[in-house]
Ligand binder design. Sequence first.
Ligand SMILES: [Zn+2]
Length: 324
Amino acid sequence: MSNQWIVGVDLGGTTTKLAFITMDGKIVYKWEISTDNSNEGQFITSNIEKAINEKLNDLGQTKAKLLGIGMGAPGPVDYETGTILNAVNLGWKDNFPLKESLKASTSLKAAVENDANCAALGEMWKGAGNGAKDLVCVTLGTGVGGGVIANGNIIQGINGAAGEIGHITVIPFDGAPCNCGKTGCLETVASATGIVRLAMGELKKAESTGELRALLAKNGKVTAKDVFDSARNGDELAQQVLNEVSFHLGFVTANIANTLNPEKIVLGGGVSKAGDILLDSVKEYFAKFAFSAVRKSTQLALATLGNDAGVLGAAWLIKNKLNQ
Ligand SMILES: [Zn+2]
């Protein structure tokens, strides 16, 4: 068993990431295929099976090398049954039996979990969590996802919807609309899209000069990365946007920490590539809103696995199953 591999899969609406991973969490080989969500998503699992077989062949291996397949998928997941409750982007009808479908296609042991939860498990296992058993992950990407791990297990909630940190309300009145149907969610101010929206709002208001305004004039738009780069270079307007984003993230993470007192709260996703300028600024607000026992013990950190967190966390699901 010790020299066998686990297949980790991170299923996205357009791309599926796959990896062969050892029992101690080393990625042996990783690759991507495009996600075919036509015909109500009926080709998704058979395409994964095909991709795995092709790659095994290329590497001179057979199915006997594989212990199981773990998968992270978007949307709420019933972990026990492996059912995807709702995944419009993938073409599946509600309550799609993904684990059963994976098992049938691959004839491997299968486990399925929400993708943000998988990223959290990956960071716990091999990333910034460094084995911490109480960990919260906030993924700042196009949207904002979250995963809460208590005593080594993902908190699922009654309907698989726990840990949706992105939908914590931060602007109670007159907030911007969120993809979830609500307004004023953390996602509307701390996702890449949210940060751009805040920046455009400031750029429209102020008569300032500066780097960010120059970038807007030059490119016809600004990105979240532009905001952080400009803030780093001293652009006041960009610093103001950074401050606003950090305030909301510090406020939310401090209150999560006041509730759970995890060992670590990890900021991941594309936006977290901003690095220390974001982390240091969030830490300031975190320290302000976390009460003393929490402030002294819960640590804020940047994710370290990047795009690999999802496949590693998915593989961990199988490793954990085998250990039980
Ligand atoms: Zn929302």
